[in-house]
Write a protein that binds this ligand. Sequence first.
Ligand code: SAM
Length: 246
Amino acid sequence: IGSLYLVATPIGNLEDMTYRAVNTLRECDIIAAEDTRQTRKLLSHFEISPSMLFSYHEHNKAASGPELIRYIIEGKNLALVSDAGLPAISDPGADLVALAIAQGIPVIPIPGANAALSALIASGLPTTTFTFAGFLPRERKDIRVVLAPLRAAQGTLLFYESPHRVIKTLAHLQENFGNRRIVLARELTKRYEEFLRGTIEECSAWLAEHPPIGEYVIVLEGESREEAEEASSAWWRELTIEQHVA
Ligand code: SAM
């Protein structure tokens, strides 16, 4: 039986490719990629010539997943890559991992670049607890369903967004969370990397004047101090120590 390797690729800066990622891609029998054309460019940059390059994406994963698993069971080592960053994070991969585990196939992560965590660590917002929410759904009613339970979340919230939708998404965030502080991390690791820090209103006004270009991570502060105080006022009077004695 072979193994399934989940290989991180750069999110914009080729220097973020790790030695281990290059070696794994060189040594694997099969590379499965979200977009084989995109991956071919990456492979040729690092002088990797794959013996088999397979396509594995959102629309063919139902058929392609079990086929890839059969190869691994036959003894082939398979590396899965997405277009950027970590496979299975707002990218295909989770289903293949689940199939592999069900078959007793070892699943080996090869870590590297990731947009959400890179934005978080540089945001200046708390990093102890956070929720990654990925892309919002398109429909307003679905957006509410996703955002409502996050209103009371204590930690920082992370969203992915494209330049076409970022202004609209900020409006949804304001509607659901109020005018909280956010950090917009744009074009991480790339030439025009940028961090915009301010309230949702301030950042939206900026974007109205400077039309969004490039890829965005939206980092949103968790429940704000006033809200936190309001929420806890029902039980917070003074320090109480609750002991349960069995
Ligand atoms: N698998 C990737 C990862 O590990 O970060 C995420 C892939 S997801 C399809 C693409 C989204 O990630 C973009 O729309 C953007 O929100 C975010 N993203 C990817 N690269 C980025 C970058 N260089 N700067 C800012 N955001 C980025």
